[in-house]
Design a protein around this ligand. Structure first.
Ligand code: HEM
Ligand SMILES: *[C@@H]1O[C@H](CO)[C@@H](O)[C@H](O)[C@H]1NC(C)=O
Ligand SMILES: *[C@@H]1O[C@H](CO)[C@@H](O)[C@H](O)[C@H]1NC(C)=O
Ligand SMILES: *[C@@H]1O[C@H](CO)[C@@H](O)[C@H](O)[C@H]1NC(C)=O
Ligand SMILES: *[C@@H]1O[C@H](CO)[C@@H](O)[C@H](O)[C@H]1NC(C)=O
Ligand SMILES: *[C@@H]1O[C@H](CO)[C@@H](O)[C@H](O)[C@H]1NC(C)=O
Ligand SMILES: *[C@@H]1O[C@H](CO)[C@@H](O)[C@H](O)[C@H]1NC(C)=O
Ligand SMILES: *[C@@H]1O[C@H](CO)[C@@H](O)[C@H](O)[C@H]1NC(C)=O
Ligand SMILES: *[C@@H]1O[C@H](CO)[C@@H](O)[C@H](O)[C@H]1NC(C)=O
Ligand SMILES: CC(=O)N[C@H]1CO[C@H](CO)[C@@H](O)[C@@H]1O
Length: 264
């Protein structure tokens, strides 16, 4: 897994911080969707323009934000110290080893993934549907090398093409799309890929390898409306993991760093 610090370095732009703040408030803390109606009535439209601009400038922005949301929700963010970079009404820990400890890994098998999600109060269905987030974005060679050289449940044509990007050793930072049909559109090709054994990560293909999630993968591959509907529900559920609300957290004035003590 890339460290959360790599992801936070992406957040160079104030407006993306603001987006993150609001996305988190709405989706991560179960607050009301008109949270900013009085204090900042133009917030949501400003944010939408900001995100649209960022995504048209660099289509990877959407992927980075989605993954950031996932990580921010999974990592135990408790504690009184607000010393780090990611914004929402709580903090991320600055402790990278702590942060990585709770996150699922690309090497995990299905039962490990199920346990990892269960530890966060998320079901097997949540696992199957949230993994569909891998319809956008990329992964580095270090995270799929072992799959393309050692796994047997991989499409051989696909493996051969990836080996050109990701040699047996070296070039660990080379990237490949997590879903190769259209890496910037949020669609259900992720699931169609799993059916043709072209999942990029070992953990992806585990969702369609003769186990209990096969039927959901097949269903989402056939019915994009079902995928979108279930994805929305599970994102809200993921967003509600260990939220800090009210005085437990703060809203940052500059989301790149914590407020001084005493600010809300
Ligand atoms: C099921 C367990 C999961 C595992 C094992 C996992 C693992 C990974 C790995 C290894 C990468 C590539 C990182 C790199 O090479 O730098 C990645 C990327 C990504 N993940 Fe996951 N992930 C999981 C679940 C999720 C969920 C639930 C979401 C969101 C709903 C998500 C969203 C993303 C996105 C959007 C990217 C691409 C980031 C970019 O292109 O900048 N992942 N994930
Ligand atoms: C556009 O992307 C470039 C390269 O990633 C970055 O340096 C620049 O700040 C971005 N500009 C905006 C407005 O997002
Ligand atoms: C991170 O947290 C773990 C467990 O809480 C602790 O053992 C470790 O020393 C911490 N690392 C840093 C750099 O604070
Ligand atoms: C999954 O991995 C764990 C840890 O390596 C192992 O104990 C377990 O047997 C594996 N499960 C399956 C079904 O392969
Ligand atoms: C394939 O698996 C073997 C045995 O676990 C391991 O030593 C080797 O490094 C793996 N190859 C790659 C390219 O990851
Ligand atoms: C890969 O990226 C990491 C983090 O950005 C960097 O520290 C490392 O030097 C890079 N490795 C290579 C071989 O470029
Ligand atoms: C990817 O999807 C977007 C949005 O649906 C679409 O506009 C674009 O044409 C697609 N690109 C390719 C190469 O299919
Ligand atoms: C392998 O992938 C190709 C291209 O995605 C696909 O056409 C083919 O049906 C796949 N093969 C298998 C056995 O799924
Ligand atoms: C697809 O899923 C939607 C939403 O769950 C459902 O209403 C619809 O009946 C499904 N379509 C088919 C063809 O199963
Ligand atoms: C770095 C930092 O601010 N550490 C503080 C974390 O919180 C504890 C308890 O409140 C303080 O004692 C540390 O100084």
């Amino acid at each position: 897994m890339a460290s959360p610090l790599k992801i936070s370095s992406f957040i160079e732009l104030q407006y993306l911080c603001l987006v993150w703040l609001v996305v988190s408030q709405v989706a991560c803390a179960q607050l009301t969707s008109d949270f900013y109606a009085e204090t900042c009535p133009d917030a949501l439209s400003a944010i939408k323009s900001g995100v649209d601009a960022a995504i048209s400038n660099a289509s990877s922005a959407g992927a980075s934000l989605l993954r950031l949301h996932f990580h921010d929700c999974f990592v135990n963010l408790g504690g009184p110290n607000y010393t780090v970079l990611l914004g929402r009404r709580d903090s991320t820990t600055a402790n990278v080893s702590d942060a990585n400890a709770d996150l699922p890994r690309a090497t995990m098998n299905l039962s490990e993934l199920i346990s990892n999600f269960a530890f966060q109060g998320l079901s097997t269905k949540d696992l199957a549907v949230l993994s569909g987030g891998h319809t956008i974005g990329v992964a580095r060679c270090v995270n799929f090398r072992s799959r393309i050289y050692n796994d047997t449940n991989i499409n051989s044509t696909y493996a051969a093409s990836l080996k050109k990007i990701c040699p047996v050793s070296g070039n660990g930072n080379n990237t490949a799309p997590l879903e190769f049909h259209n890496t910037t559109s949020f669609d259900n090709y992720y699931y169609k890929d799993l059916l043709s054994l072209t999942g990029l990560l070992h953990s992806d293909q585990e969702l369609y390898d003769g186990g209990s999630t096969d039927s959901l993968v097949a269903a989402y591959s056939k019915n994009i409306s079902k995928f979108f509907k279930d994805f929305g529900k599970s994102m809200i559920k993921m967003g509600n993991i260990k939220p800090l609300t009210g005085s437990e957290g703060q809203i940052r004035t500059n989301c790149r760093k914590a407020n001084s003590i005493g600010y809300m």
